[in-house]
Design a protein around this ligand. Structure first.
Ligand code: AMP
Ligand code: GLY
Length: 423
């Protein structure tokens, strides 16, 4: 069958790599892909929703897989369904779970899904007033809509609060996404990303990972899209999986079905393990980046087969994602300046022979190729080097061995991926 994959980051590289191994696949199209995805399929230009519907009809595409959240929140799934095309992902209304933090929070409250307490605000004055009686360092400020990971503020002082609220309400930096905000109780604990395939009330087993969001070693400095990840986390147990599935994932799937917006797709729970139990920080309506790059090589199942199955409605069985008993570590190589303004167009050397070796893989993210088959940097996060091992030590060694074989001007990365993820 022919498959269309939408997106062009590291996450889509990992999905393309895995789909390309499926015995069910004829042709994989990736829109727009990156400098590495052409090894797994055919890169095509970025398309609007209507153009992708046209493309799917013209090219007999049997399944479309959506990587990023924006087309899902814009309603690509609804449009494909109207045109009788099969697509993997949630509808526009179900994507609210990521698209509106206020909508999600109201759902959690109504269905007693464990999360931080919060209050909603829609102007500068009332938000400022809240901090007359509340210590900034005990609260988190979040814009309601999507903001490429930049809409969450963890203020330490009133100056930080003023700065954040100025960006949101005076400079309107977040546009519509920042018209409303949540001020949320700050939680402390270890964060974990958990993924499950959901089709209405059917929920698969959970796939766990931890990411490394801050730019510098020791989890300091500004937040990034993610500088690395591991899967599974060292503290993951079947008992923890059972708790998360029964107390968080299944109740959320059931709540959404009850609210008339049943969820179909991969549900990504951003959780925090606190002294008072496991709580939801946020849900996303898509695969995580860079978590997908580390857990995809651990999946034994035919990804295409399970994504098709979970796109079918109604589904009368739970999908099982079969995982290898291996440990995976992924180290992101970033451009000079990232996560601020970064420099692109630097030639990457050392990639030849590094496509895929036994137990280590380099996935491309912000890269492009020229006709002479040279690869250049084309984004903040450029590559991710993934190592798979029988334990953390081996997977980490393999990932960093790969890192040392690749070079581009200004390349920087964290040296501590795989460490400091304990309870
Ligand atoms: P979110 O986009 O909601 O996942 O937030 C991004 C990051 O902000 C999370 O991964 C956490 O590190 C942090 N964060 C969000 N909400 C809270 C909270 N209530 N308490 C502490 N940290 C939080
Ligand atoms: N790694 C976090 C995310 O994909 O949003």
């Amino acid at each position: 069958m022919n498959v269309l994959l939408i997106g062009g980051g590291g996450r889509e590289s990992a999905i393309a790599w895995k789909i390309s191994q499926s015995k069910l696949l004829d042709t994989l199209y990736i829109s727009p892909g990156n400098g590495g995805t052409s090894a797994f399929g055919t890169n095509i230009p970025e398309l609007s929703i209507q153009e992708s519907i046209h493309f799917a009809h013209q090219n007999k595409v049997s399944l479309t897989i959506v990587g990023p959240e924006a087309p899902l929140i814009d309603g690509i799934v609804d449009e494909f369904k109207k045109n009788k095309l099969t697509i993997f992902g949630p509808t526009k209304s179900a994507s609210n779970i990521e698209g509106s933090k206020i909508w999600a929070k109201n759902l959690f409250k109504k269905y007693s899904i464990p999360c931080a307490k919060s209050t909603q605000f829609s102007n500068l004055e009332s938000s400022l007033e809240f901090f007359n009686n509340n210590n900034p360092s005990e609260w988190v400020i979040k814009v309601n809509g999507i903001a490429s990971g930049k809409g969450v503020f963890l203020p330490e002082s009133l100056e930080d609060v003023n700065e954040a609220l100025k960006e949101i309400f005076i400079e309107n930096k977040f546009g519509k996404s920042g018209e409303e905000i949540l001020i949320e109780e700050r939680l402390y604990g270890t964060e974990i990303s958990v993924f499950a395939l959901v089709n209405n009330k059917n929920v698969s087993n959970c796939v766990p990972a931890c990411d490394y969001k801050r730019i510098f070693d020791g989890d300091i400095g500004p937040n990034t899209g993610g500088m690395g990840a591991i899967s599974p986390p060292p503290f993951w147990t079947s008992d923890m999986e059972k708790k998360i599935k029964n107390n968080i994932i299944i109740p959320t799937a059931e709540a959404m079905a009850n609210e008339g917006c049943p969820y179909t797709g991969i549900l990504f729970a951003g959780l925090i393990i606190t002294k008072k139990g496991i709580k939801v920080l946020e849900f996303n309506c898509r695969f995580g980046d860079p978590e997908t790059q580390v857990f995809m090589p651990r999946i034994k199942s035919d990804l295409l087969e399970i994504l098709i199955k979970s796109s079918k409605s109604p589904l009368n069985e739970n999908i099982h994602i079969e995982l290898e008993d291996t440990y995976s570590t992924g180290v992101v190589l970033a451009s000079n300046g990232y996560p601020g303004k970064y420099i692109s167009n630097k030639e990457i050397v050392g990639l030849s022979g590094s496509k895929e070796e036994f137990r280590s893989i380099v996935f491309h993210a912000g890269t492009k190729s020229n006709n002479l088959s040279k690869i250049y940097t084309d984004g903040g996060r450029v590559l991710i080097c993934v190592g798979l091992g029988k334990d953390y030590k081996e997977s980490k060694e393999l990932a960093y061995k790969k890192v040392r074989s690749v070079k581009f001007d200004g390349m920087h990365y964290r040296k501590d991926i795989g460490e400091n993820r304990n309870l």
